[in-house]
Design a binder for this molecule. Sequence first.
Ligand code: AHM
Ligand code: MG
Length: 350
Amino acid sequence: MARAPESLELDTNEEVADKALDRDCTTLSRHVLQQLQSFSPQAQDLSALMNRIALAGKLIARRLSRAGLMEGVLGFTGEVNVQGESVKKMDVYANDVFISVFKQSGLVCRLASEEMEKPYYIPENCPVGRYTLLYDPIDGSSNTDTNLSLGSIFAIRQQEGGDLNNEAADLLAPGQGQIAAGYILYGPSTMLVYTIGRGVHSFTLDPSLGEFILTEENIRIPEHGPVYSVNEGNFWQWDEPIREYVRYVHRTEGYTARYSGAMVSDIHRILIQGGVFLYPGTLPKPEGKLRLLYESAPLAFVVEQAGGRATTGHIDILDVIPKKLHQRTPLIIGSPKDVAKVESFIQNGH
Ligand code: AHM
Ligand code: MG
């Protein structure tokens, strides 16, 4: 094979090195500003908000990485949260991390999470910002004590109207109003995936730098994928259309089941490789398990921005108008063709 002249080879090597360096310098906050192509106050706010979320992610990842070596990290607190679920020590720690990171930031006026019955309002002696952070501090809590993947989910909404205590004004509004959303995945490496309505981008935490570095820009979910992800232990508690869909999957070649117990990791897999994640309603709980405002809606925003879909089976998740903060919703999310297939079972029986 003919060799390239030496000068060309040099250029190519330099280009490669430049690209690698440029990539290493593409931190999350820089990326947000690049996305918005502006240094406007709103762009600066969004960049700072994402930076704070990244800090929360790093603190949680650090604690998780040493969980088995430290006292008081694993196990339950003995409390039951507003959802009626037993609270784990990591749930409390991660919830407090987000509060602590945002309390003095001057960026948010309140935070609302799975672990708090009511939103946490920034105290009067701290600077109050214009945004609300909604979050699930630890997604997939049941994986905590067995060293399996976990997540954090977040959404940012702009505070509207003057009355901070009027939840209805902005919190109880459809997910279309989210200005940013994403998740942190605590797996073999820690990843942060976010959208501000301009595509979906993933970052990986480089522990040697302590920074999230750009991994992939403008992620597109495949139109269709092999994975179906659902807790089949609930089979006999589902409505007949969901059972029929799962029977269809069982007898159709090309499907494979994956279910980790942490939907951030299940949905991340589907975002990259395609497929569908379902948490349908059950006979005793027709609204399902997952909470709209800080679980389903942020993930719906991410997946839709990547070209996928998210629905309750009847209405797009981002169009659902919440009636209360901790409202639950059935969720079908993933590749557009796979979501449509589940929908056709729900709406037409096949
Ligand atoms: P959590 O936030 O309390 O952990 O609940 C959400 C999690 C999802 O990540 C996961 O898909 C689902 O609950 C698992 O529930 P189940 O054990 O009922 O399948
Ligand atoms: Mg959760």
